[in-house]
Write a protein that binds this ligand. Sequence first.
Ligand code: GDP
Ligand code: MN
Length: 389
Amino acid sequence: GMWRRKISEEHDKVFVTGCLEPDTSQPRANAAFVVLARNKELDGVIQSVKSIERHFNRWYHYPYVFLNDADFNSTFKETIMNYTSGSVEFGKIDHKYWDFPPWIDPKVAKEGIAKQGDAAIMYGGMESYHAMCRFYSGYFYKHELLAKYEWYWRLEPEIKYFCDITYDPFLKMIETNKTYGFTIAVKELKETVPNIFRYASAYKRVNNITSQGLWEMFVEPQPEKPKEEPAEDTKQSPLPEDVLRGDPSRTSIPEIDPENMEGEKYNMCHFWSNFEIARLSWFRSKEYEDFFDMMDRSGGFWMERWGDAPIHSLAAGALLSPKDIHYFRDFGYRHTTIQHCPANAPSRQITPRPPFLETTTLDEKKRKEEDEYWDTWDTVKENGVGCRC
Ligand code: GDP
Ligand code: MN
């Protein structure tokens, strides 16, 4: 679709093409794998570590940081050490980054969570899942074990890499001045994020942020609804007080005055965050911090089941531009039932890239052809050896 074309413009070429011998001649970046996990997920974590080691880290030896809201047991720690080729650290997450914040009444939140469980919202009834999403949205980068790092690569239990990654993606991202890298983008389950876009949109409005071209990726095109020109110096209505400071007594997430919204609708698109390579300084920036804080104070991490994926994505939409994003279309990657596979391409040679076409000037047929072309491009194997999905 359109967002894919946006990110696939000239400035976002695949970093490396052709089969390569792993290039390890340059010094490593200041980076680590980050793995949040529970002791009981040991087998799944080993699967993921084996996969990333086999396809990448056996050459590069990047360190790992394992995080948990409980203590890792010795079986977990000792077993992990048998499979990792980089140094390993194990950390516990501070309660204040995991538990209900002081401005939420736990009783109210628990009721809200139970309701989501009754409504069969995926993971909606699991308090720990809400806490996990909030941690990955606003806190992982503040963990003391990550303080020394500038970059991270997120790794989850039970994922699989299919292709050898024979270059250092951190160095490439540094070289090309990227901030955020993804390999799969999908649509979010609507019922988990009913109000997320109102708040993200209000954040933009309240902070006078104009899109640098990425925000549109997340906006459902609204046929012929002319946007009203805002009068020159009308004062924007403030957000409800309790959004900005949090209010334990509320039982649902507060309404936002339409004045504070852009009048747009979320198309549910987001970068799937179980794979991510990103620059930590972006998350640590005042802008991201403000974004997270406002989203958090609304209560949406508890009264709805906002995932860290749409949070990261909408923050990127508000704060970054397409040229800051890298689509790792050459990485073969699977998480549960969704995968991105560069190997099963109809043509395995590298096809020349077409001139970039403005989406707005395409008629339906052209648009379809273009989409098909890009979907093919999307699956062309461009890098690595031993790539079988
Ligand atoms: P899914 O990928 O959305 O189906 O969710 P996962 O169960 O894979 O959870 C996402 C990530 O958070 C994985 O790395 C999990 O290991 C981790 N995770 C989820 N819940 C918890 C939890 O309660 N405690 C800890 N320590 N990690 C968790
Ligand atoms: Mn997972």
